[in-house]
Design a protein around this ligand. Structure first.
Ligand code: PEP
Length: 251
């Protein structure tokens, strides 16, 4: 049985004060009993991580960063390394979010390096993948997803897979209010799990969580999460409100 996971991606939202208030709201909303059935991760801005680590101590929630650099260290002005994150300590990092693929030119090759560097520094990874609307409409979505998976995480060992979660995020559903139907999402999740068998083995495919992301809200989360291969959600907009984030965890 794969334990459910709901992860909040705050993106570039909240200053430190507002972020702290939001974190307090979330902590007030999320009950211990819910954490037995569902892991909860918060992917906060870099500036919030140290103070959030102190506040989350003992809460059962996991703290993550939204990105790390692919190199271990060096002359990369303005970048944050996996080792810096691990020293906070942060436990997990998002790799391959479509906004970073689009705005920061992150290719599958760069993302494969980020995955390696994050894992080498003891961080867990949520690796995001998903097609654009144009790619779906031209029927390329299965090939795009396959390539993103093979080139980004196709090289992982069985041991490394234990620290990796996948997140299917169709770009056309992110922040648009357009959710993939549960059936559309399930179709890709099932396909992605088959690709994991090809890249690794049945046991890894069975154990690996695959999250859905794209306009998930308390009202649609239950149906999405009832699908066989959907193991939880990566949440953007609805993670910025304690009540709606908790509503998704309950779903
Ligand atoms: C995301 O950015 O990962 C995301 C899924 O955003 P939203 O929930 O706002 O669509």
């Amino acid at each position: 049985m794969r334990k459910r996971l709901v992860a909040g991606n705050w993106k570039m939202n909240t200053d430190l004060n507002d972020g702290f208030l939001l974190l307090k709201d979330i902590l007030n909303e999320v009950r211990e009993a819910e954490l037995e059935k569902c892991d909860v991760h918060i992917y906060a801005p870099f500036t919030h991580l140290k103070i959030f680590h102190n506040s989350l101590n003992g809460s059962g929630l996991m703290l993550g960063a939204q990105n790390c650099h692919q190199e271990e260290s060096g002359a990369y002005t303005g970048e944050i390394s996996a080792q810096m994150l691990a020293s906070i300590p942060v436990q997990s990092v998002l790799v391959g979010h479509s906004e970073r693929r689009e705005y920061c030119g992150e290719t599958n090759e760069i993302l494969a390096k980020k995955v390696n560097t994050a894992l080498a520094n003891g961080l867990k990874v949520i690796y995001c993948f998903g097609e654009t609307l144009e790619q779906r409409e031209s029927g390329e979505h299965f090939n795009v997803v396959k390539q993103q998976l093979i080139e980004g995480v196709g090289h992982l060992t069985v041991e490394q897979w234990q620290h990796v979660t996948l997140a299917y995020e169709p770009v056309w559903a992110i922040g648009t209010g357009k959710t993939a139907s549960a059936e559309q999402a399930q179709e890709i999740h099932e396909y992605a799990r088959k690709i994991v068998i090809e890249m690794s083995n049945d046991g890894v495919a069975d154990a690996t969580r695959i999250l859905y992301g794209g306009s998930v809200k308390p009202g649609n989360a239950g149906h999405l999460f009832s699908m066989e291969d959907i193991d939880g959600g990566l949440i953007g907009g609805a993670a910025l409100n304690g009540e709606s984030f908790a509503g998704i965890i309950r779903a």
